[in-house]
Design a binder for this molecule. Structure first.
Ligand code: BGC
Length: 351
């Protein structure tokens, strides 16, 4: 079968290779991926920064964001059936002993991740995974379900922000929201905050006011600010950082008001240094910072449910977040996205 592979830690080893078709063991299913999304983590792996193949193998199949059809059941599988549409979660325990609902809290080195660490991903004609980690997708959400994995991390961050914010004092009633970044994570955060009823939302990014990102922001009732958040007055009650830039994260924290909650969803590997001194002193005003990079099955389920709601409320807006679709043979283009792109996907089968 054809698969998008790398030799982990070897820069630019990305290639479409012929790999053996896997077969499901007990408790596993064979998946036929429909769409696979690509993200910054894939780019980091392609650039040789991290990633590992399955033990004893040379190649790693990429792809940790997927929607797929179940095509074959291994022995003992009874929670899904052939023909079901599913989104697989990413992380599997190796030595982690936490319950299945809490694997996102496993310590480093105690887990494997599909398409990243020790387990093949889904950018292939077929893939296998354990059936208990699958989240079912209703057919009406199939065209947007590839967004579920990145959305799961947004869901986790926002859910924690709202619950922990209120756990501090019940009358906490956040109103002003700032989202830094209009890539997939920023736009999905905007979607979730609109679904949660927030109306005072500002999104900042570097694209101009007539860009797709600016238009999509305004289309569902938020304000777009190009580049400099200091153009907006006042503090924010909730700040969601979705750029992965250390400087932007600093700005995000700087604009958080008293009693505010900040959610950091980026991967901050740009090597920049910031002076936290002034921020730390202001932290005394009951501020809370939350970080997240991987999410639980529950967060995936919340994601699927919100995608269905968002399609009803915002119509074609959600699918517009997918700005690039390529076939498996054109896989290279998917990993070459520009600043105007939001989410690039490899489409393996028609929807
Ligand atoms: C994935 C997560 C994963 C993280 C670190 C992210 O891109 O979405 O599922 O845990 O990378 O490997």
């Amino acid at each position: 079968m054809k698969a998008v592979t790398v030799v982990p830690l070897v820069k630019d080893s990305l290639a479409l290779r012929d790999m053996p078709k896997p077969s499901p063991k007990r408790g596993q299913v064979l998946l036929s991926p429909i769409e696979v999304g690509v993200c910054g983590t894939d780019k980091d792996i392609i650039e040789g920064r991290y990633g590992a193949p399955p033990v004893g193998e040379e190649y790693l199949i990429l792809g940790h964001e997927a929607v797929a059809e179940v095509v074959e059941l291994g022995d003992g599988v009874d929670n899904v059936g052939v023909g079901d549409l599913v989104v697989p979660t990413v992380r599997r325990p190796t030595t982690c002993t936490l319950p299945i609902s809490e694997l996102d809290y496993c310590p480093r080195g105690t887990y494997a991740e599909h398409g990243i660490w020790y387990l093949h991903g889904f950018a292939a004609e077929f893939a296998v995974t354990d059936s208990q980690y699958l989240v079912k997708v209703p057919r009406e959400a199939i065209d947007v379900a590839v967004l579920t994995e990145p959305l799961s991390i947004v869901e986790k961050g926002i859910d924690l922000a709202l619950r922990l914010g209120r756990a501090r004092f019940e009358s906490w009633s956040p109103r002003r929201v700032l989202i830094m970044g209009a890539g997939p994570i920023g736009m999905l955060a905007l979607m979730v905050m609109r679904l949660r009823g927030f109306t005072d939302i500002t999104v900042t990014a570097t694209r101009p006011y007539d860009s797709l990102k600016a238009k999509l922001t305004r289309e569902i009732g938020a304000t777009y600010v190009n580049t400099n958040v200091d153009q907006v007055n006042g503090d924010f009650d909730i700040v969601i950082e979705a750029t992965g830039s250390t400087n932007a994260a600093y700005d995000a924290l700087r604009r958080l008001g008293a009693d505010g909650v900040a959610v950091l969803l980026g991967i901050y590997l740009d090597g920049k240094t910031v002076n936290m001194g002034p921020l730390l002193d202001d932290w005394r005003r009951n501020k809370l910072i939350i970080g997240a990079t991987n999410a639980s099955i529950r967060a995936f389920e919340m994601g699927v449910s919100d995608l269905v709601k968002a399609k009803l409320k915002f119509g074609g807006w959600v699918r517009k977040l997918i700005t690039k679709e390529v076939t498996l043979d054109e896989y290279e283009y998917a990993y070459n996205w520009g600043h105007e792109d939001i989410k690039s996907v490899i489409q393996l089968k028609s929807l």
